[in-house]
Design a protein around this ligand. Structure first.
Ligand code: DGI
Ligand code: FE
Ligand code: FE
Length: 400
């Protein structure tokens, strides 16, 4: 009977530690084939620094090529959505009914196996195995395995540990421009180099280039072009009104990052980060992209700059007490080069003379437009409006 093993993981990227584990187990257990199964990562869990599924898959293929006993399956990635190990094992055992199956997991995952979804079914279908890592507690693994065995679960822990290599460390090193060749299977380093993977750096100099790539993937042609135009316009306004030009440009680039994302994914992000929609927002889904955009930037792209996040957050409705950057992004959204509406040239001229007057004009226009179409008006839009009207009536001095 053919002995086969399922070895799942994000493999982001696959490294020598993974290959050593597979080799060790294949050797000790006499496995005929180890199936590397890169997992699907849901879109809202994708971090800035992650490689696309196709790249993770391709790197596994490169790594597996020299080893006849290693194969790569795209089953989970092709299936899309979160896959449960139990479902994958069920599919594999149906595909290879005559094989005896093993499930390979990393040492940390091994110790959580009992809490996996439908663990009992998993345990019926496969022998659970792992390899300790140098420096990890071999004894803890052995004890856990003994407990499992006592429950009648087939399992196996290799004696000799493998090198403790971590994908996270590899990504961090690559982002810092350091070499990780010694940790990577032959060909994988070249692959990473060729596609420029994991080069995301916190370096401010070229972060806009990375943001462009990110929005390019998330937005349609029209919206991408609009974002570039708003970025240019925000930069121009920042120069005119003495704001941080670089930050204004970035905020403009990112302001509509969620505009082309479907309702369901937007709701998922709100749920994931515990963000609530107010009464008007629940009714008007056009408003979501500002709030969800700010959440996506903060929690997924790890943007830390609160002023920038707020500029995205309030670019659609405005609010009372807006910062200079918030006003700039709000106005740039109306005066960007791609905008075509009858009085756009007047608004652009006005934006050169007074940012405040442009705010009043555009908020006034938005409210009239919404009233004309019988739409609800968000309280923040009203607050931004009232603040200005009150100030005008009391003849307050403006900061320009
Ligand atoms: O994303 P953009 O199209 O570049 O522009 P935006 O974010 O300013 O506007 C998105 C839409 O939201 C636009 O159709 C107008 C609408 N909107 C803006 N403020 C309000 C609003 N809709 C309602 N119902 N209430 C508002 O206060
Ligand atoms: Fe917008
Ligand atoms: Fe916009």
């Amino acid at each position: 009977m053919k002995k086969m093993a399922l070895f799942g993981g994000t493999f982001d990227p696959i490294h020598r530690g993974h290959i050593s584990m597979a080799l060790r187990l294949a050797d000790e257990l006499g496995l005929d084939e180890v199936v590397l199964m890169p997992t699907f990562v849901p879109p809202h869990k994708i971090k800035h620094s992650m490689a696309d599924a196709e790249h993770r898959l391709a790197m596994c293929r490169v790594a597996a090529a020299p080893h006849p006993f290693l194969s790569v399956s795209d089953m989970e990635i092709t299936r899309g959505g979160a896959s449960f190990t139990v479902d994958t094992l069920t599919a594999l055992t149906a595909q290879y009914p005559d094989a005896e199956w093993y499930l390979v997991t990393g040492a940390d995952m091994f110790c959580t196996l009992r809490s996996w979804y439908r663990f009992d079914d998993i345990a019926k279908m496969a022998t659970l195995c792992t390899v300790p890592r140098d420096g990890t507690d071999v004894q803890a693994l052995k004890t856990y395995a003994e407990e499992l065995t006592a429950q009648g679960v087939r399992c196996y822990v290799a004696d000799e540990p493998v090198e403790p290599i971590s994908s996270t460390e590899i990504r961090d090193k690559l982002a810092a421009g350091e070499s990780t060749d010694e940790w990577l299977p032959d060909g994988v380093a070249d692959y990473i180099q060729a596609y420029g993977l994991y080069t995301v750096v916190a370096d401010a100099r070229d972060s806009d280039e990375q943001y462009k790539e990110i929005i390019r993937r998330r937005l349609g042609d029209y919206r991408y072009h609009h974002s570039l135009c708003v970025a240019d316009e925000a930069k121009r306004l920042a120069l005119r009104y003495g704001a941080d030009e670089k930050k204004a440009y970035t905020a403009g680039l990112l302001h509509d990052i969620m505009k082309d994302t479907d309702r369901k994914s937007q709701l998922q992000i709100l749920t994931d980060f515990g963000i609530l929609l107010d009464e008007v927002e629940q009714q008007v889904d056009k408003l979501w992209h500002a709030k969800v955009g700010a959440a996506f930037l903060e929690h997924i792209l790890q943007v830390k700059d609160r002023a920038l996040l707020d500029a995205v957050r309030y670019h659609t409705t405005g609010r009372a007490g807006m910062s200079l950057l918030e006003k700039i992004v709000f106005v740039a959204d109306f005066t960007s080069a791609d905008r075509r509406y009858p009085d756009v040239d007047d608004v652009r001229r006005l934006s050169d003379i007074s940012l405040e007057e442009t705010m009043i004009y555009t908020i006034d226009y938005t409210i009239r437009d919404l009233l004309g179409r019988g739409q609800s008006i968000h309280p923040d839009t009203l607050a931004a409006y009232n603040e200005r009207i009150l100030e005008r009536q009391t003849g307050g001095q403006r900061d320009e």
